[in-house]
Design a protein around this ligand. Sequence first.
Ligand SMILES: Cc1ncc(COP(=O)(O)O)c(C=O)c1O
Length: 391
Amino acid sequence: MSDTLDLSSLRGAVNDLRETGIVDVANHGWGRQGLIPLWFGEGDVPTPKFISDAAHDAMLRGETFYTDQNGIEDLRTALRGYNKRMFDVDLSDDRVTLTNSGMMAIALAMQMMIEPGDEVVVVGPVWPNIYSTIELNEGVATHATVRLTDDGWHLDMDELFAAVTERTKAIFLNSPGNPTGWIIPEEDQARLLDFARERGIWILSDEVYHTLVLDRPVAKSMLQLAEPDDKVIAINSFSKSWLMTGWRMGWMVHPEGLGPTLAKLIQISTSGVPQFIQRAGIAAIEGGDEVIADLRTRCQTGRDIVFDHLEKWPRVKAIRPNGAFYAFFAVEGMTDSVAMCKELIDRCNVGLAPGSAFGPSGEGYLRLCYASTPEKLHQAMEALKTVIGGR
Ligand SMILES: Cc1ncc(COP(=O)(O)O)c(C=O)c1O
């Protein structure tokens, strides 16, 4: 890499992009012999063969051409069926758009609505990419905080509403939440929708962990309350539910009439999701219920291994979540979570994500992804205990 390249001619918002604390920590530990990586939001099981076979077969059949910008009809139909089955929601065909990942769906939504200086209220702590995407579009992220109490994570809805100003375009909500596992109560979903309708603002509802819940069959979607013309976009992904993080495929359910606008944006960014990957998506939707059930069992086991330790450690405050697959726990006396993560790599050979990466309310916490094999989790917790398990 050149040291002399002058980057000042790039857009300010691009130069201002920060490396997320997770990447900073991962760069510190990358490639270390025997390191147990629990820093990213994925498990250690590859995509099931029947899903990969569907992509492979489609490729060999020659499904290798440019494709429909909103997604092929077969997959959109499968997703409409999925929404009916999971949420009992009937969707018209023009409300579903495939994207090259959940991340891309978020990026498109922000591109579509943010003018410079517009605000998006972000319910956090949340996945760092949300903030970066707002900033790249020259928007301003404002905050409403999900707080850890003795009986779990809670969002004060009045605090959320008070964060909305004249400049607010949207509220970004991720439930079940990364990193906290918080699940928005149904009555708060209804209040949120009423409020957004009244103010004419968008709700971006990130539901990529909708299947990863332990105390109910599925997390209730905002789509179950919204009318087809409400300003609600549900963001979803194949990554988590079907073990497809590397495939880069997600989808949006949006109001009627938005499909052609999205098609234009997709045309000039990725030009659509490769058709053979969409075939894998159909296989996942149609045959993947067992994959989800297995992952949930794995998450339950993983969660309990991790929390059986955390709950005994005097410096740690942690509450077992019922959603997503992370432990997001406070460590008493820790003021620099990036430094702590680097120390944990050096001393325990375990990779965690620093709380400070997840927005202004995240410092003081660490995130551990427990969608991993029990042996690795046992080993990681024993190692972590030596540094943060005591007084
Ligand atoms: C809250 C949240 N939203 C969206 C995504 C995007 O997932 P993907 O881009 O892999 O579809 C992630 C990934 O970690 C996430 O945690």
